[in-house]
Design a protein around this ligand. Sequence first.
Ligand code: AP5
Ligand code: MG
Length: 214
Amino acid sequence: MRLIFIGPPGVGKGTQSALFASRMGIFTLSSGEIFRKEIEAQTDLGRLAQSYIRHGDLVPNGVTIEMMAKRLREPEVRKKGFILDGFPRTIRQAEALEEILTELDMPLESVVSLEVDVQLIVDRLKDRLGCTKCGENYNSKSKPPTRDGFCDKCNSPLMVRSDDQPDAIRNRLESFRAETAPVVDFYENLGLLRRVDSSRDPEQVYQEILKSIQ
Ligand code: AP5
Ligand code: MG
């Protein structure tokens, strides 16, 4: 499988990627997760990324493309296929991705656009918690951990993401409208786009995605 999950912040890209990874063994590459690991490890890339991410702004195209190209070239990704979560997010990134996948002879199969109302996005992000170690996603309302404040999978503490603050959420929504919505049109024009309603519960959304890509 070679898929992209695209959509605004909080729509469920990470939740659905995790379901596909655990049930189908597909490799998922989340640009946001990779940046968060770099931030945690206090690398130069992490410091640079953090200066954008905490305000909800996009990290510059050059470093983002380079980082994702490196991952896509890894033998395991080439063997297993991939789901890209959060990349590409600008037309420049989408064009660069086309070049990389052509070079690797790995054409995209489908681009799944996850879609919900803005109000639902704000509600979901307000209650989101993430694991500081393994990145597993929770939601204090819709998917609470078994033990308050700790990850079910690895027992590490859960945290609120630094960009899940009202100002940063506003900026992320604006970046999506200005920079990423044109990428959705780009894939629609290539005939690859599948639109999926992501307002239902995660299992139903998962089944809808499966149907849409068959
Ligand atoms: P990134 O990590 O990609 O964040 P995002 O796009 O803002 O998306 P989120 O991770 O917030 O939401 P999601 O769609 O994964 O939803 P989730 O499944 O968590 O990027 C972060 C930042 O990094 C960007 O702002 C940017 O600065 C930078 N960046 C990343 N990629 C970049 C790029 N390519 N170029 C430049 N900069 C880049 O779900 C959200 C919540 O809702 C959770 O609590 C979950 O449990 C809950 N939920 C999910 N689905 C459902 C459901 N069906 N029903 C009920 N609750 C649900
Ligand atoms: Mg995510």
